[in-house]
Design a protein around this ligand. Structure first.
Ligand code: F6R
Length: 352
């Protein structure tokens, strides 16, 4: 068992798959993605709507793209996590398959269906069958570097997805935004990496407070990508059930569930560094009720990132660190995902 989150030798024994190393590289991958070249897609059609389709860690990248770019895209954009595509998907849809491995059966099936419906198609990933099909049928494919587990490739996948959307002309140049966020994340990493002792490391502090508790993550609806990613990272890295909900909606229902003492759960409020007055009031009111009815003092996450993308990926990086520190406290190697592997195997086999 780990004696202290400052014991780097013990940590490296538990972290056999080096998830910490992958998280440390998260900002660098984003900086690298700022150097992707847009593709020459020669599409004369301007899409009427956009579907970003993926599962798991790749779908999280699609969520971040949506939260980041939706103000800059003039047509409706949806994230789909299912092989059954919505009825509106057709020839005027830009369908982008997002799959790091390129081997996810749900994504391959949806991609196939999108082609049957004559969508404008594109894909991002590190290879696999998705890349093979794209090169065979001449669908634009943007390749990220391989060798990671998909959830650790989030920043690259966000970068590649954004540059692909730029290639289709649905958004202007995204690369300065990727670079700026990358630089902000490098600074945030400097405060949270394992070499920074607990006395100065807020991610270690949050992990310690969460030990033995169910994390309940809250953030604003417009940052839902951050909360969902955190819930998934607690599952995949810390092997812990967590949940999330969104504000202000949670103030109208879920807040009621905090009545009385709930020592097994702890709320985590994830802030944006640029909240409007109204949004700050929502947080203050929600926090006050948690204290009053639930007698609980929530944890709060703030990062100083100020760019549009940094304000999403800063808290993502923070909570990624928390999820691995929590894994180490539990003596768990964060990298292997036996359950996901089994699900993927059975899901493929049972389809045959
Ligand atoms: C594993 C992980 C999973 C995968 C999911 C889909 O690290 O994050 O959630 O992302 O099984 O696989 P890909 O992303 O390869 O399409």
């Amino acid at each position: 068992m780990l004696r202290s989150l400052d014991d780097l030798e013990d940590i490296s024994k538990i972290d056999a798959g080096n998830m910490l190393g992958a998280i440390n590289r998260f900002p660098d991958f984003l900086v690298d993605a700022a150097h992707f070249s847009p593709l020459d897609v020669r599409s004369s059609l301007s899409p009427h709507n956009i579907v970003l389709m993926g599962m798991g860690g790749s779908a999280s990248a699609a969520d971040v793209l949506l939260d980041w770019l939706q103000d800059r895209i003039t047509v409706p954009v949806s994230v789909v996590r299912d092989c059954a595509l919505p009825r509106f998907v057709g020839p005027k849809t830009l369908f982008m398959a997002v799959s790091y491995s390129g081997e996810t059966v749900e994504t391959l099936a949806a991609f196939d269906e999108a082609r049957k419906r004559r969508c404008i198609t594109a894909a991002v990933g590190s290879g696999g069958r998705l890349q093979t099909i794209c090169s065979r049928v001449k669908v634009p494919f943007l390749k990220v570097s391989s060798g990671l587990v998909p959830r650790a490739a989030l920043s690259q996948m966000v970068g590649a997805g954004a540059v692909m959307l730029q290639s289709f002309g649905v958004v202007g140049d995204v690369r300065a935004g990727l670079l700026e966020a990358g630089r902000e994340l490098i600074r945030i990493r400097g405060q949270l990496r394992a070499e920074v002792p607990l006395s100065r490391n807020r991610a270690k502090h949050v992990a310690l407070r969460l030990e033995g508790r169910l994390p309940v993550i809250y953030c604003l609806q417009r940052m839902s990508s951050v909360a969902r990613r955190a819930k998934n990272q607690f599952a995949e890295n810390s092997k812990l059930v967590a949940k999330y909900d969104l504000l202000p909606e949670a103030g109208h229902n879920e807040v009621e569930a905090w009545q009385g003492r709930n020592p097994h759960m702890l709320p985590v409020l994830v802030h944006d560094s640029k909240e409007s007055r109204e949004e700050s009031t929502v947080f203050r009111a929600f926090k006050a009720v948690l204290r009053k009815v639930g007698e609980v003092r929530p944890l709060e996450v703030r990062t100083g990132a100020s760019s549009a993308l940094g304000r999403l990926l800063g808290p993502v990086l923070f909570l990624d660190y928390v999820s691995v520190y929590l894994a180490f406290l539990r003596g768990v190697d964060p990298t292997p995902t036996f359950g996901i592997g089994e699900y993927r195997r059975l899901n493929s086999e049972m389809r045959r």
